[in-house]
Design a protein. Structure first.
Length: 408
């Protein structure tokens, strides 16, 4: 019987070495790099300035040590100072001393002026070099900012991918890239959910509508069944509108990627044409001048803004002699769509609630046949997706003034 080997008493040594983190003071951090950079710049600038001042001082001493006079044929003459030709020794010595002091003072003044010029020149060079070095050190921040702006335009596929030393900026860029990965996965999952929900919710509602229409078209169906079918068909249509509104609200919360020129005047005219029949039934006059106002955006979504605003203005109006005014134009560099209407008095404190989903003015969620309560929420989301805003103001005498501002 073969002998069984004894189990090893010591675990085998790993073939890889775990990565050891460097101490903080050895990492090439921004603080250490800036300290070394600006300390080295200060040292170099000090050495250069000291060298220049030394040369200037040597030149000044050379000029100041030269005698401002000379002895020719037993007489003292000077081209710099005005020495008396005939004077007592004391007066002559005083004049020579004053001449030497004057020359020394001129040398000191020249040294001071040239030193100031050298200081100014070195300061300009130091500031320029420091500005260039600071821009080089902080250039990763500009790269991070540009990437963030591109991501703000719904380009979630962009990444910084910063190369360089393992400092605070690289750590920030890597963290930002990780955050973008999570955001991209979240938005992708949201888009996938919206697509699946669109299919799963529309299909049964479409089948219900088809079945109800088939039963209603049967001439032998009793009146009670037809009345029930009409009620169920209206309920089904309301559910379809609610689903369409929810899906549109989910899509419009994102920025618009593909933009094309869209004229708000044309969009408003199409919305008026679609609501003209309802306005005539409710005896509401639709008026207003629509000047061209071209913006970059999605025509379908912008038409939805105008349609929702005009429909609300027509439906929430006064019973008699009501009107809706729709105007478009350019104001302060922006394209503006304004929808005003007569109607019930709206308190100012209830304006913000109108833009919340399923909120209506003094009406229960299920107690109105005028809509599903998503019109203004969709309009606000679409306006935000286009980089604009929508503002509602109560109109004096009743009604609202809806103002949509979009960048040109």
């Amino acid at each position: 019987m073969p002998a069984v080997p004894a189990p090893p008493t010591v675990p085998p040594k790993p073939t890889w070495e775990p990565k050891q983190e460097q101490p903080y003071w050895l990492r090439p951090t921004i603080r250490i790099r800036l300290t070394l950079l600006y300390g080295g710049m200060f040292l170099i600038a000090g050495i250069l300035l000291l060298s220049i001042i030394y040369l200037l001082a040597a030149q000044a001493l050379h000029v100041g040590s030269e005698l401002p006079f000379e002895i020719v044929n037993g007489q003292v003459t000077s081209k710099v100072c005005d020495l008396p030709e005939r004077a007592s020794p004391d007066r002559f010595n005083a004049a020579m001393n004053a001449c030497v002091n004057h020359q020394r003072q001129q040398a000191l003044d020249t040294l001071l002026n040239r030193s100031l010029l050298a200081l100014v020149g070195m300061s300009v060079i130091a500031f320029a070099f420091g500005y260039a070095m600071a821009g080089r050190v902080l250039s990763p921040l500009g790269r991070i900012t540009r990437t963030a702006r591109q991501v703000a335009g719904t380009d979630l596929s962009r990444r910084i991918e910063l190369d360089g030393p393992d400092d605070e900026l690289k750590e920030l860029a890597d963290t930002f890239d990780d955050m973008l990965d999570r955001l991209e996965r979240a938005f992708t999952a949201q888009q996938r959910f919206v697509g699946n929900a669109s299919h799963e919710l529309r299909t049964p509602l479409a089948i219900n509508r088809t079945l109800l229409e088939v039963h209603l078209s049967d001439p032998q169906a009793p009146p009670e069944l037809k009345q029930l079918g009409k009620t169920l068909l209206a309920t089904n249509e309301r559910s379809e509108q609610l689903v369409e509104g929810l899906l549109l609200l989910a899509r419009s919360d994102n920025q618009i990627v593909e933009r094309k020129p869209v004229d708000l005047a044309e969009v408003a005219s199409q919305a008026i044409d679609q609501t003209r029949g309802e306005a005539e039934e409710r005896s509401v006059e639709v008026r207003g001048e629509r000047a061209p106002a071209v913006v970059q955006g999605n025509g379908v979504l912008l038409e939805r803004i105008a349609l929702n605003l005009v429909q609300n203005a027509v439906r929430y109006n006064v019973p008699e002699q009501g009107w809706v005014e729709v105007t478009t134009g350019l104001q302060a560099g922006q394209a503006v769509l304004v929808v005003s209407n007569t109607g019930p008095v709206v308190p100012a404190y209830e304006i913000d609630n109108l833009f919340e989903p399923f909120r209506r003015l003094r009406t229960e969620r299920t107690g109105s046949d005028k809509g599903v309560g998503l019109g203004l929420s969709i309009a606000r989301s679409v306006a935000r997706a286009h980089g604009g805003r929508i503002v509602a103001e109560p109109r004096e005498g009743g009604g609202l003034v809806m103002r949509v501002s979009l960048p040109v």
